[in-house]
Structure formats: structure tokens, C-alpha cells
Design a protein around this ligand. Sequence first.
Ligand SMILES: [Cu+2]
Length: 424
Amino acid sequence: MSTTRRESLRAAGWGAAGTITAAGFLGPPSAGPAAAATSALCLITTDGYLTVPGREGNPLYIFGFVPVSPTLSIAQLVSTYKGHAKHTAPTLDFLQNDDVKITLTNLGLVQRPDLTDSHTVHWHGFDLPTPLNDGVPEVSVAVPIAKQLTYFYRPHREGTYMYHCHFEDVEHVQMGMTGVLFVRPQQDGTSIGGFTRFAYNDGDGSTGYHRHFAILLDELWRDFHDGDRDIQETIPTDYDPQWFTLNGRVYPQTVLPNDSVSLPAEMRIATPNQNYDGALDYSQPNSALIQLNPGDRALLRLANLGYQQHSMQLPGIPMHVVGQDASLLRTGGVDTSYWTDTLYLGPGEARDVLFDAPPYDAARPSGSDTWGAYNVYFFKNRDWRKLQNFGSTAPGPGGMMTEVRVYSPARPLPAQTVVSQTYV
Ligand SMILES: [Cu+2]
């Protein structure tokens, strides 16, 4: 039986005008509570530049997603955002069974007007019965320049995932069109085992946490970025990255705050041709800093969208791995979670890791920032070759490393209201 494109779009919940007419086509009805809410958000795609130590005055060309207001027209989006890509993409936070609409607008490229690439959104690791919303262009649609498409999802399974553009994906993923996505369990908001927030519907509070942090592991290969900028072909099998990133930043960029707080110019990671006069100037908006009070249980939501395996350590604090690839580590009622001091994470993989902040001890290695005095622990790659910033002459470690700061009780952190919140 043949099906026209219009019929298949309608079957996937799309009306003739491209509006959503039906919900719940992502899978069989969930046994859980009804859909909690509708989340609608808008992303644009464009190009831009990323700041890394060692490339001062010569930043890395990137593609990226940027969150934007739904009230802007395509013309307004172009005039405001074209050429201002950021990396990483915003962390997406949904509740299990939420209805989610994501409108993607492709603004095109400033550096490469000859490159008329489309883009898509692909939720990596989800079961999606309709290819239309899966963002794989060979079996669906992609979004050409100056066009918009609204994707629809109802995530039935909680956990930590990731998302990326799937158009010429080996290139576009490396160029920066990547971010973390997670689904909170329906169990959130109930009180189990002393917690009210959980990584999974565990039934016993074993995945409860006080603060959570979303961190994307990635690498940056100079040739791909410079080649795209200079209209040169790049051979992906020659992949040999120079920088190793957490949320698109290398240490010590990783410990700078989010751009959602008002920052003095010297604390921003600016694009080179900008003048620090607004949020648009901030090329790497997502902090990888982990700020905790003593006794806090932290959840690390980790995803790897690089092309190499990474092994991460947190010396001084044992790590409890409770989730893997958006699945609770429990098989047939048997707890298969594990404790480790070295966490292995392959390309396209995710982990949910719990750890407890130790008591504050003034005798331990410590520092102070604008919030207060803290003990410092390093969450870092165990491979020293990934702890340096290629081309930089600055002393000290770089690369895939961030800090866990456990603050003095003299000035406790307030309760976390959003994932990866930073306090200055
Ligand atoms: Cu793309």
C-alpha cells in the first residue's frame, strides 16, 4: 500500500497546515499518570565561534542550537541570532509524560553562505515510533534555511539522554549541535527515603538527590572546524581532536558560571568579534561547575557526544552509578548499580552518577570564590593527555576537568531550583 507524504504526516499527528492535531503517538499509552504538562520551546540553528585557550584571536568555527523566544518572527530571529551560535545546546528538562513541542528554525550560516545545509533535532536513545519526529533526514524531513518545523514528543521513560542534529551528523555533531536532555520521573515530588527528587521511578528512594548537574562530554578536532570555515574537505577517519570539553568548555572555563546569571565581562567566554554587551556574546553558556553544601547528594547526568571513550574520576569521593543509557540499573529486582572510582563513558552513552558531598574541612585543599570558602575536588579525565589545552601556554591543567566545590557552612547554598545552577 502506498501512502502520500501528506497522509503520513497526518498519521503522525500533523494537520494539513503543519499544526499538531493529536497527541500520544510516541508509543502505547503509559501505565503511569496522565500527561503532566505541555512544554513548548524554540531553538534556532546557525553558525558562530567558540573560545578555547590556545586559539586566542582565532576561535573555532561552530554550528549550534540557541534557545529563543517564541514571539519572534523568522526575520527578527535572523537579524538577532544569525551568526551567533552557542555550544553546548541548552539542557532540556522535562517531566515523564509531558507533552513537548520544539519548534526549530534554521537561520542559515554567515561564514558559509554557500553551504545550504538543513538541520534537524534528534532525541538520542528514545523509542520513537514515528520517524517524522526522530530527526533522521533520510527517513523523515529536515529543516531548510528560513524554514520552521515543530517536533512533538511525549517521553514515557525517565532518565538522562542527549540530543543532536542528525543532518550530515558526523559533521554537524562535531561542529557543536549537541546537548543534554533528561526526563524526570513521575515519582518526583513524592517523599521517599528522605528525598523528593529522583533520577528514576525507583520505588525506594535509592536514586534520590538534592542537586543535579548535566554535563556533556565532547572533543574538538581543529581540522573539522577550520576546514568548514575555509571550505576545505575533512576526512572524518583522520579524527584526532585537540581539545576535550565539558559542556563545550575546557578547564578553567568549566568552572565559570552559567550565562543566566549577570556576569562581569571578565567572567564571560566571549566570541571574539563581540563587545560583551549582552547574552549573545556568550559562546559557551553552560557551566560545568558543581557547587554543593556538605552532606548534599549530587546527581551527575552525564552524556558523551564525542567520538572517543572517556574515563572520568573524582578523587576523594566514591561514585555510585545508578543509571546507564537512561535505564535504572536494576534487573529483575536485582540491584545492578555499582560503586567506582573510574567511570567509563563511550560515544553516545549516558550515565547517572550519585555521590555525597563530604563534610567541610578547613584542612583540606580549598579556595574561595564570590560565594564563599570551599573545599575543592576535581572531576576529571584520568588521561593526562586530555587535561591540557592545545596551543595554550597558560600553566596548570586544562581540558576535560571541572571542580566540585563543597562550601563552608558559614554561607550555605540555597536550594537548587534549576539543573546545574551556579551561584556567584
Ligand atoms: Cu545540523
